[in-house]
Design a protein around this ligand. Structure first.
Ligand code: PLP
Length: 287
């Protein structure tokens, strides 16, 4: 399920012909930011919020936006359309551009903008919702600006690989104080003894997930109280429910942490309820 058509700096090309410079700063310094939106039933989900977060990431790194939001929206819809994606995701990345290797910012260089869209295996995702997934915990060894959505994801990739090798679906990072930060590619939640959903405040320790923000609106609509506070691995293991949120997976129940079963080892009712309502509240941009 690879992207057949890739957008690169103004052109839609067959993916095997899509090229960027070896000296692109995305390659050499991870000097690039990205976004990924779910595509569901022929619509891009929560695009406006993802574009807002992208603007913030670009501003934090002082990378120029390659085009207007309207033009970018057009490109993303076109990439999804040309790849005939009904259910999957669109991924786009903006680097500071290509320039002779020098750590400091180059002058007069245009950003590099690439975008791809892929279909997703809906059956595999459905099975994960039905059965829930195991996670492991690992020390958070990332830099402190994980609130910026950069392609500097090596610690995340190593953590996800460690999870795979342990037979788990996701790795959950834990800060030096013993508090959970987030997953390698998802935010983490628990349901406490009072039925409240709890997630870490979106300070600089985590990425402010768009799914996280929308889920708070879903919870409000469903009358489920939300608490933003830090929690420990022990609290997660003792919770009524644990779940992950991300644009790719929406909401995925967690049924074990480091091999210890959460509650009765089955996905919980709060997660199921919030998941059912999610797409009533999320915004849709038809392709
Ligand atoms: N945290 C990390 C580290 C991520 O990579 C992601 C998504 O890729 C998320 C959280 C969830 O963010 P969103 O809901 O915007 O996809």
């Amino acid at each position: 399920m690879t992207s057949r058509i890739t957008y690169v700096n103004g052109r839609y090309v067959p993916s095997r012909e899509a090229v960027v410079s070896v000296e692109d700063r995305g390659n050499q310094f991870a000097d690039a930011v990205y976004e990924a939106c779910q595509i569901k039933d022929g619509a891009i989900i929560d695009l406006r919020r993802h574009l807002d977060r992208l603007d913030r990431s670009l501003a934090e790194l002082r990378i120029a936006a390659p085009m207007s939001r309207a033009a970018m929206t057009h490109v993303l819809r076109e990439v999804a359309r040309r790849n005939r994606v009904e259910n999957g995701y669109v991924y786009w990345q903006i680097s500071r551009g290509a320039a002779p290797r020098d750590h400091a910012f180059p002058a007069g260089v245009d950003p590099t903008f690439t975008a791809t869209a892929k279909s997703q295996d809906i059956a595999a995702a459905a099975l994960r919702y039905e059965k829930g997934v195991p996670v492991i915990t690992l020390p958070d060894n990332r830099w402190e600006r994980v609130d910026i959505k950069t392609v500097g994801l090596l610690p995340n990739a190593l953590a996800k690989q460690a999870a795979r090798e342990a037979g788990a679906f996701e790795a959950v990072f834990v800060d030096a104080g013993g508090f959970v930060t987030e997953g390698s590619s998802a935010n983490v939640w628990l349901v406490d003894g009072e039925g409240r959903i709890v997630t870490r405040p979106a300070d600089r320790g985590i990425l402010r997930g768009i799914t996280r923000s929308v889920l708070m609106e879903v919870a409000a609509a469903e009358g489920v109280p939300v608490v933003e506070r830090r929690f420990t691995v022990a609290e997660m293991k003792a919770a009524r429910e644990v779940f992950l949120t991300s644009a790719g997976a929406t909401l995925c129940p967690v049924v074990s942490v480091d091999g210890e079963t959460v509650a009765n080892g089955a996905p919980g009712s709060v997660a199921a309820r919030l998941r059912r309502r999610f797409h009533d509240i999320a915004e849709r941009t038809p392709i």
